[in-house]
Design a protein around this ligand. Structure first.
Ligand SMILES: [Zn+2]
Length: 245
């Protein structure tokens, strides 16, 4: 073999190696770029939310739903807002009593979840003033009034008394604690509830505002428009209602 041919072969091999190296080093980079591009819309969304939190006024001027905040769907009940002995007109669904005005959306919500193959169980709907008083008094006997109030809502301040809230669990997973969020049922329900007018009323990151621990099982009806808005802007009901005051 001539020296010239040897050089040709050596150069050829070198070029091949360079090409291989290029593939190994740069391809993952391209893939990474692609991944970053895919993640971009998400980051933008987060930034927008942050902006909204900075200025409530900004929301008011832009896309706040044109609703009557005093309408029944938006009633705010918490430790600071009692509804006294208010009682709604009740209807019944799967053994649970609810405000008759939300039977239809609840039926659709639950029905569509089941169509996804999920096992839905309506665990607790309406609870009247007197029942709440009984539950509260029982805790008072056990722990004293101050501590009882941290475990059970005082009569008149439980959202279950509106008939607009329902605890929903997986039929085969009845525990009501934070781990419920890992069930397929909760994953689907928390993602789609607003399409039916429901919200996760006590979210994980709003405990300071709602005064209630994270309850992935407690769904509250507020109507599609408000629910969608609250989800899009990461607001709990207290924050949403405050935008109208
Ligand atoms: Zn509940």
């Amino acid at each position: 073999m001539s020296a010239k041919r040897k050089i040709c072969i050596a150069v050829g091999i070198l070029m091949l190696l360079t090409a291989a190296l290029y593939l190994v080093l740069l391809m993952p980079q391209t893939a990474k770029d692609e991944q970053e591009r895919l993640q971009q819309p998400l980051e933008t969304a987060v930034e927008e939310t942050a902006e909204v939190e900075v200025s409530d006024r900004q929301i008011k001027e832009t896309d706040l739903p044109d609703i009557d905040i005093n309408s029944w769907e938006y009633v705010l009940v918490n430790a600071d807002h009692s509804i006294g002995e208010y009682a709604p007109e009740l209807g019944e669904i799967e053994g649970q009593k609810l405000d008759q005005r939300i039977l239809e959306p609840m039926q659709k919500f639950v029905g569509d979840a089941r169509a996804e193959g999920l096992s839905v169980f309506l665990s607790s709907g309406y609870r009247g003033y007197e029942e709440q008083q009984y539950l509260f008094n029982r805790k008072v006997e056990q722990y004293g009034e101050e501590q009882a109030a941290t475990i059970v809502s005082r009569p008149g301040t439980s959202e279950h008394q509106t008939g607009l809230a329902c605890d929903i669990t997986d039929e085969y997973y009845e525990l009501k604690n934070e781990s419920l969020e890992n069930t397929a049922l909760y994953q689907w329900m928390s993602r789609h509830c607003q399409e039916y007018g429901f919200i996760v009323r006590y979210p994980k990151d709003k405990e300071e505002i709602t005064g209630i621990i994270y309850e992935p099982w407690h769904f509250r009806y507020v109507g599609v428009e408000a629910a969608t808005y609250m989800v899009e802007h990461n607001l709990c009901l207290e924050e949403f209602v405050a935008l109208y005051q």
